[in-house]
Design a protein around this ligand. Sequence first.
Ligand code: PMP
Length: 528
Amino acid sequence: NPMTERYERYVKPQMAKVLRAIGLDINYQRAVGNHLYYCDEHGQEREVLDFLGGYGAVLLGHNPPQILDAARAMLDAQVPVHAQFSLRGRSGELAEALSRIVVRDSGSDVDFVTTFANTGAEAIEAAIKHAELERVLKLDRLLDAITLNIERVREAIRRGEVEIPHDLYEATDMREWVFDVRSFDDLIVALINHNSRELARRPIFVALEKSFHGKLASSVQLTWNKNFRRAFQFLGLKTRFVAMNDADALDRITSEEESELFDLDIVDGQVALVRRTLPQYAAFLIEPIQGEGGIHEVSPEFARAVRRFCNLHDCPLVIDEIQSGMGRSGRFLASAQVGLRGDYYTLSKALGGGIAKLSALLVRSDRYQKDFGLIHSSTFAEDDFSAGVALAVLDALEANDGALYQQAEARGDALRQALEVLRARFPDVIREVRGRGLFLGVEFHPRDNASSQILRTTAYAESLGYFLSGYLLRSEGIRVAPTGSAPNVLRLEPSLHIDDADIARLVAALERVCRILQAEDTLHLVFP
Ligand code: PMP
C-alpha cells in the first residue's frame, strides 16, 4: 500500500514498523461519530468502533455536524484566519466564555485571563514560563525590599542610632561568611554572599509520578515516563516528583528544600537579622485524572494537601485538564469533582471539537502578569478559525443546562457498570476498572505466570495492552490503545454518542479476550 509505505519511509520509520508488528498499520479514510473507516486489502470498506477517541480529542465524535456547520460558515464568510497583532474578537469571546465556565465550575472568586496556544504541550510550556515570570518578579520585589532595608540600617548606624549585637550570626548559616561581627561592611558581605548563593538555586517544579504533561523541551521534564524524558534531562527543569495521593511526600519536600534569604531590620535599637522565605517553587502541576499514567484519580484528601502545599509556598497550582477537561469526566473540570481549585488551568484536545488544533492556559486574573502577553506569542495562536470552532464546542456543551455533561456522566456510568460485570466474571483476567465519566481504564493482570510462552513474553516486554489492541482492531473492529506508561491498562475515551449497542459490542469483544487469556488460547489472539 503506497500510502502506508510513504509514511514509513518519510514520516516515522520505526513507529510504522511497530504499528505493523502490533497490527495497527491502518490508514483510515473516513470518520463519523464513533466510527472510523478504512479499506482492507480487497478494497472493501471496513468500519471500526472508536473507543480511543483521538486520545480524548473527539468527545463530540468525529466530524460533529454542528461543529462542521460552524467551521463551514466561517470559511464561507472568509473569516480572517491570520490577523496577528490586532484585537481579535473571537479570541476575546472565547476567553470570556472559558473564564465564565471555569469560574462557575471551580467556584473561583476571580476571573481568568487566557493565553492561547496550539497544542497541549504548548499550553504547558506557557504555564511554565508564566509561573517562572511570576516567581522572578516576586524575587525582584523581595531583593528591592532587602536593598532598601540595608540602606536604612546603614544610615541608622552612620547616625549612631543602632549597634550590631555580638551574637548576630550565631544561629544562622551566615557564620561561614563572617570575619568580624562588629563591622557593618562584613555583615553586608556575609548577607549578600548568603543571599546570592540561595538565589542561584534553580526553581522547583513539582509534578506527580506517572504524570503526563507533554513532550516539548520543558514540558517533557514534567512527564514521568523515563522513555520520553531521559535523553532530554540535561535540557531542563528541576522537577520533584511526588507519588499520587502521598501527602507526606509534600511535607518532606518542604523540609528538604527549605531555603531562606536574610534581610535586616532595627529592633530595640539593635540591628536584627530577619529571615525571609525564598520563593523557589515555580509551579505545581497536576492532572485530576491521570490519562497516560494509567487512569488514576486524585483523592479529595490529597487535593486538599496539594492546595495547602501551594498556599504555604505561594506556588501556583497548574491543573492540567488537557485530557480530563471539557466535560469528559461528567463536568467541565474534573478537578471540580474533587474540590481542587487551581491558579492556572490548561485545556486542549476536545476544545478543538475534533477538527481544530488549539489549547488554552487560563491564569487567575489576580496572578496574571500583564507583560506576559508582550513576551509570549505564536504565529498560529489566537487564530479566528480555531477560536470560532472552540466557541461552537462550548455552545454545544453548555446548551440545555449542560445536558451533554450529564450525558457524559450517564454514558460513562453505563460503560463502567458493564465493564464491572465483566470484571466480576473474569477477576483473574481483569484486575480493575477505573476512572470517571467517559475517561475509563481497564487494567489486565500481567501474564507473567502463564504457561504460554507468548503470553509470558507480553509481561516481560510490557506489551499486553498493545497485543490486545491489535487483536481488538483486527478481529473485532474495535479501536483502543493502552495508556502510555501503563501498558496493561486499556484506555477508553469514547465520544458522548456511544449507545448501549456500542457498549455491548465492546463488552462482548472483551469477553472473548478474557476467555482467550484465561484459556491461554493464543492462537486466536493472532489476527489473520
Ligand atoms: N497534558 C495532558 C494531561 C495530556 O494528556 C497531553 C496529551 N496526551 C498533553 C498534556 C500534551 O498534549 P499534546 O499532545 O497536544 O502536546
